[in-house]
Design a binder for this molecule. Structure first.
Ligand SMILES: Cc1cc2nc3c(=O)[nH]c(=O)nc-3n(C[C@H](O)[C@H](O)[C@H](O)COP(=O)(O)OP(=O)(O)OC[C@H]3O[C@@H](n4cnc5c(N)ncnc54)[C@H](O)[C@@H]3O)c2cc1C
Length: 374
């Protein structure tokens, strides 16, 4: 019977980052039912921000940014990480109030973030149509990276650390006995043993957990994205338009515009079917905010999942089943929070303690809070 110190289910950013840090000290096996990045991570748009509204998420995001900065040195190649900024746009007085409150909190943690009036916003992105914009929150420490390069870095790192990765290998059920995790059973019937199993199965994490009747409060939702042909680089920050029919997009380092919007009402489920409605609406919304975008053409559109929790914060924790850990429910922020999540969870598994208070991400919290900046 095969046996490993730890088994990780899921080859997205969370599985790979956790596997990378864990494989420095432990014999690990990472199992992926399809290929690396085939889940949400390969479908994300690569945005990274520290502008969150709670101490836990701010600290997790700051630690991730620290790790993104080190990746080129650590992996030996660039992951196209750049601090191109995030500009959150307010169209209502309520949004202004929320932004100002958040900025105060973020500044207490040392984040460089400022409230901008419409004049300063126009100066930052001269091509923006600022009709209706009454203010904004801006940090030039936020930015972007290329998701596939980040995955490649962790993948190569795990192999270098003598960890093992198997693709096209689906876990059919987790194995549990007497309140302890025992390993996994694969779809081909093979059993692999381990006293530690990390469920990093993204949108499928809830289904996987139900194989041992351990429910997780995860609700996958469909989110779509598009990318355009290149335009000469003319703006830097991710522009986040919080109107009901808003959207968010930035210009990649190579000039392409990449962006999404949050459908209202939401589209529950794991469907990855792209829609004409999104193609039409996303183009309209992006061009309304930055008219020059009409000079580009849509190159591709696709769909993926956000794995939501009731309070919009992830779960990064052990469970009541000894040896069974969860990294998931990233609620649309898994790429940006992924590096720190993996590092902290790996350390927690090895030392039984987190380096800072992670109670916001615990299994046992009450899920009452509502994330202010989705
Ligand atoms: C359109 C879009 C845009 C986004 N933009 C951003 C962004 O700008 N910034 C940001 O931070 N986040 C963004 N996100 C969210 C981000 O993509 C996710 O939060 C993140 O990728 C979650 O990573 P993960 O490792 O938990 O899951 P995944 O990447 O989904 O990985 C889970 C993996 O588990 C595998 N798996 C599942 N079940 C099994 C099984 N039984 N056996 C074996 N393998 C299994 C799957 O095949 C999958 O590859 C975006 C998401 C979408 C859809």
């Amino acid at each position: 019977m095969e046996k490993y110190d730890a088994i990780i289910v899921g080859g997205g950013i969370l599985g790979l980052s956790t596997g990378y840090y864990l494989s420095k000290k432990k014999k690990i096996l990472l199992l992926e039912k399809s290929h690396i990045g085939s889940g949400s991570t390969g479908r994300c748009i690569g945005g990274i921000r520290q502008q969150f509204s709670t101490p836990g998420t701010i600290k997790l995001a700051m630690e991730s940014v620290r790790l993104f900065k080190e990746m080129e040195k650590e992996f030996g190649f660039s992951v196209e990480y750049a601090q191109t900024g995030y500009l959150l746009l307010a169209f209502t007085d309520d949004e202004v109030k929320i932004f100002k409150k958040n900025i105060e909190l973020q500044k207490n943690f040392g984040i460089k973030v400022d409230y901008l009036d419409p004049r300063k916003i126009k100066k930052l992105v001269p091509q923006m149509n600022t009709d209706g914009v009454i203010g904004g929150a801006y940090s030039n420490e936020d930015g972007q990276a290329y998701p596939f390069l980040v995955l490649k870095g962790y993948f190569k790192g795990i192999i270098k650390n003598r960890g093992e990765i198997r693709m096209d290998t689906e876990v059919e059920t987790l194995l549990e006995k007497g309140g302890k995790i025992k390993g996994v059973k694969l779809k081909d019937g093979k059993i692999i043993e381990s006293d530690i199993v990390i469920n990093a199965a993204g949108p499928w994490a809830g289904d996987l957990s139900m194989t041992i009747d351990y429910p997780l409060p995860f609700a996958p939702e469909k989110h779509e994205a598009f990318i355009t042909t290149r335009l000469k680089k003319f703006f830097d920050p991710m522009l986040v338009d919080y109107r009901k029919d808003g959207c968010y997009f930035n210009q990649r380092l190579n000039g392409q515009i990449i962006g999404c919007y949050t459908p209202k009402p939401s589209h529950p489920g794991k469907s990855t079917n792209e829609s004409f409605e999104f193609l039409y609406e996303m183009s309209r919304r992006a061009v309304r905010l930055v008219p020059d975008i009409k000079k580009a053409q849509v190159l591709r559109q696709w769909a993926g999942s956000y794995t939501m929790t009731p309070d919009g914060n992830p779960i990064i924790d052990k469970t009541d089943i000894e040896g069974y850990f969860i990294a998931g429910g990233m609620s649309g922020h898994g790429f940006m929070l992924g590096p720190a999540t993996g590092k902290l969870l790996a350390n927690y598994i090895m030392d039984n303690s987190f380096s800072f208070d992670m109670s916001e991400f615990s299994m046992k919290r009450e899920f009452k809070r509502e994330e202010l900046l989705k």
